[in-house]
Design a protein around this ligand. Structure first.
Ligand SMILES: [Zn+2]
Length: 292
């Protein structure tokens, strides 16, 4: 029993950070997709944000709603305009229009659609659906997603990451990432835009995940020092290692419990075997199951 437990004891300091490249089952280094487009998730999140804002402003004046929505639309479109297909922009515009239409109709349940249209929409050139109004001598109009010119930039260079905080490079590409949360931004900066597992630079369209360097179930905490960003597929690989670490951690805990219990006992070494001393003399292989 004791010998078995000693064999279980994991190395005391094991670093779970690997600098090796992630490899697949055939030993080839795993690449990553360089799909240059926003993920469906990102499109969905953007629409949800618009939708929630419209809902939140259901009693606010039109100008307030426009002022609130425009920066959201502009920020998202500017960031993705170089990488986004026209269809995505048109789709987002259509969805937003439906939501705005409902916003307007609900405010005037006793008026017909024509009246509501005339109140909130105006005409510019041959566009009859400009959601806009005048306010203190200024004109406010809701930005339409497809209106933000689709300009194809040179692709993000392979060694450059949109996330590496290289301000000069980014300045050229304009706009900040609209969805980057602060801890994520910090980690990206610390990792210089690279995945800590495969050391490859994150690219737009990569699935990136927030990982606990030492798994929480293996005693790791939630602080930023114990977190890192990994590609999803790299994260999957690391999770397999985590499972081993969690097992080792549990065994270490059991070992600690056992030694604690053992220290309290009256024992001596007999032929390199710890042996309990009882009132009736000594006997080998103490039964310590109760302590674990
Ligand atoms: Zn990776």
């Amino acid at each position: 029993m004791i010998n078995q437990l000693i064999r279980w004891r994991p190395p005391l300091s094991k670093t779970f950070l690997s600098t090796e490249s992630g490899k697949n089952g055939h030993g080839e280094i795993l690449g990553f997709k360089t799909i240059i487009k926003p993920s469906n998730e990102s499109v969905k999140r953007h629409y949800q944000k618009l939708s929630e804002t419209i809902k939140r402003f259901n009693a606010a004046p039109q100008v307030k709603l426009i002022k609130e929505l425009n920066p959201i639309i502009k920020g998202w479109c500017n960031y993705f305009k170089s990488v986004c297909s026209k269809e995505i922009f048109s789709g987002l515009y259509n969805l937003t229009h439906i939501r705005i239409r409902r916003w307007a109709d609900r405010r005037h349940p006793n008026k017909n659609k024509h009246w509501v249209t005339n109140k909130y929409w105006t005409t510019r050139g041959n566009d009859n659906w400009v959601f806009g109004c005048k306010y203190k001598d200024n004109t406010f109009e809701l930005i339409k997603h497809p209106r933000i010119a689709i300009t194809r930039h040179t692709k993000v260079k392979g060694t450059k990451s949109p996330y590496d905080g290289d301000s000069l490079y980014w300045a050229k590409r304009q706009g900040k990432h609209p969805e980057l949360k602060d801890p994520i931004a910090k980690m990206l900066k610390r990792q210089e835009g690279k995945c800590n597992w495969c050391q490859l630079t994150f690219q737009e369209g990569d699935a990136i995940e927030d990982d606990h360097i030492i798994a929480k179930k293996a005693g790791g905490n939630n602080s930023l020092n114990n977190r890192q960003l990994l590609h999803k597929h790299c994260h999957d690989e690391k999770t397999r290692d985590d499972l081993k670490a969690i097992k080792a951690y549990k065994q270490e805990k059991e070992w600690q419990l056992l030694t604690k219990w053992f220290d309290k006992q009256n024992w001596i070494w007999v032929d390199d075997i710890p042996t309990l001393v009882t009132s009736h003399g000594t006997h080998k292989e103490p039964d310590c199951r109760g302590a674990v």
